[in-house]
Design a protein around this ligand. Structure first.
Ligand code: GLC
Length: 535
């Protein structure tokens, strides 16, 4: 199988810092809380922790509106706390991946304050300023902001519009400006010098826009009940060819530091997505494959997705899979508790680096947010359409206590805690052999001990109905992964002439482990099996 890089073998765990662990008692998670939780992550068996932004920020988009890229927001702690986090992670053998937000800053960033101060400002060109459309006097073109409304905001003081792909408080930087590029590449060096092992690049497809600012075309399949942003196809505002040059520059910085990881946050169709590996592998190491998130939970659809994705990967490109994140409904809410176990087995046995979203491993689901507790600006701007992201950002469930062990019992957590946290939590589940937490831990341990399941080859096995099956092979071993995505029993049969002979090494329902398989694989409802096949 040749040499593999750490992230090819490894598993990433995504922490949303406001919600992981609150060490200070203010109801918001912080860096010291994450450091306290690292022992748990090491016990769980992941390899890297990716932490969403913890930089100084007015928190209009909860940290994705950065006002200083090279410091820590006081709510989250200090640079010393960051150093201690990295030291403890490295002591435990865990990598630390930071969130890098190059597309935009906060409108309170000194760069933007200077840029907006006058048309003659030396930093004017650091952001995207345009005159009003001479025909209408309105915005320069029809581009829309992701969180609702136009993507242009008029600045009274200087009589021009500035562009923002997200909130008006998140003006986009001008990556065609050399000084901007230098400043933002310097941010990478700052954190690499402090021990970061890699970055997840936020909103990567937004980074470069059409140099002629042409109007975006209408989206023929737009449904008015969805996100208003989808009324147009973002053909000219996103995924522009020039982005790849910018990524090469980021890679250039990372490559000077040894084996550091660059992940690109990308929501794109497969053919566009794989272009982000870059020519000759000079792009991001992992363009995030988000396709398991919106897909109907149906074995045939998923089998076809895996096939299309595997087939599209360029030479030398390493795959990756994401089941959930801080922007999308949780897997347990999308597919239900029983299938969430099958989904975990899928995620942790497919070929490619998996990312686990914090709390999914204990079965956390979306938490309904009462109107008075809504925090997410997207829900506030475009209410009632299910776009809000608070439900999947609720505090990590550590224990059955009040406030789930996330913060002290007398503190008010920043978002409500799931009512059933007394059952779905780390301390209740960690010694329960039937819990979803134990399932995750055992899947991670098996994956770590079994190169066939991490860096091994992948081959689909023909299946019908709710059955999904594939072979993973490497280091002289062969494993059959057999999943039932349905509520009825399902039988998987090998091709004629080659019966499956082997032993069940791991199951979503632990009562079948050790069972010998001879011929076909019978699956109970919502069951997944990993079978080591005899040579
Ligand atoms: C990314 C982040 C999201 C954020 C947006 C703007 O999509 O994942 O949480 O709101 O970028 O930075």
């Amino acid at each position: 199988m040749g040499e593999s890089r750490w992230w090819e073998r490894g598993v990433v765990y995504h922490v949303y810092p406001r919600s992981f662990k609150d060490s200070s008692g203010d109801g918001v998670g912080d860096l010291r809380g994450i450091t306290e939780g690292l022992g748990y992550l090491s016990w769980l068996g992941v390899d890297a922790v990716w932490i969403s932004p913890f930089y100084p920020s007015p928190m209009k988009d909860f940290g994705y509106d950065v006002s200083d890229h090279e410091d820590v927001h006081p709510t989250f702690g200090t640079l010393e706390d960051f150093d201690a986090l990295v030291a403890e992670a490295h002591r435990l053998g865990l990598k630390v991946i930071l969130d890098y937000v190059p597309n935009h800053t906060s409108d309170r960033h000194p760069w933007f304050e200077e840029s907006r101060s006058s048309r003659q400002s030396p930093r004017r060109d650091w952001y995207l300023w345009r005159d009003p459309d001479p025909r209408t006097g309105g915005p320069p073109n029809n581009w829309l902001a992701s969180f609702g409304g136009p993507a242009w905001t008029y600045d009274e003081g200087t009589g021009q519009y500035y562009y923002h792909a997200y909130l008006p408080e998140q003006p986009d930087l001008n990556w065609r400006n050399r000084e901007v590029r230098e400043a933002m590449l310097g941010v990478l060096r700052f954190w690499l010098d402090r021990g970061a092992d890699g970055f997840r690049v936020d909103a990567l497809r937004q980074l470069l826009k059409d140099d002629r600012f042409r109007d975006n075309p209408p989206n023929p399949s737009y449904r008015t009940e969805g996100s208003p942003y989808d009324a147009l196809l973002p053909a000219y505002s996103t995924d522009r060819p020039e982005v790849h040059e910018a990524i090469r520059r980021m890679r250039g910085v990372l490559d000077g530091y040894g084996e550091r990881l660059l992940i690109g946050e990308l929501y794109l169709p497969i053919d566009r997505l794989v272009a982000y590996y870059g020519e000759g592998g000079t792009g991001v190491h992992l363009p995030t494959n988000m396709h398991l998130i919106p897909i109907p939970w149906n074995a045939r659809e998923i089998a076809s997705l895996i096939e299309r994705y595997e087939a599209a990967l360029p030479e030398g490109a390493w795959p990756n899979w994401v089941l959930g994140n801080h922007d999308r409904s949780r897997i347990a809410s999308r597919v239900g508790a029983a299938q969430a176990r099958v989904a975990a087995m899928l995620l942790l046995t497919l070929r490619g680096t998996p990312t686990i979203y914090y709390g999914d491993e204990v079965g956390m689901h979306d938490v309904p947010i009462p109107p008075t507790k809504i925090r997410d600006p997207w829900e506030k701007n475009v209410p009632g359409r299910g776009l809000g992201r608070d439900p999947e950002r609720t505090p990590m469930q550590w224990s059955p206590e009040t406030n789930a062990g996330f913060c002290p019992a007398d503190a008010e957590p920043w978002l409500p805690i799931a009512e059933d946290h007394d059952r779905n939590n780390v301390s209740t589940e960690r010694d329960d052999p039937a819990s979803i937490l134990t399932l995750h831990r055992r899947l991670l341990a098996l994956r770590r001990a079994t190169p066939a399941l991490s860096t091994g080859s992948y081959a689909p096995v023909p299946a019908t109905g709710d059955g999904l099956a594939y072979l993973r092979e490497g280091d002289g071993r062969r494993y059959l992964v057999a999943l039932n995505l349905g509520r009825d029993p399902h039988e998987l049969a090998p091709d004629a002439g080659s019966p499956w002979r082997g032993r069940i090494v791991l199951s979503t329902h632990p009562d079948r482990e050790g069972e010998i398989l001879d011929g076909k694989a019978g699956l109970r409802p919502d069951e997944g099996l990993i079978i080591e096949l005899h040579p």
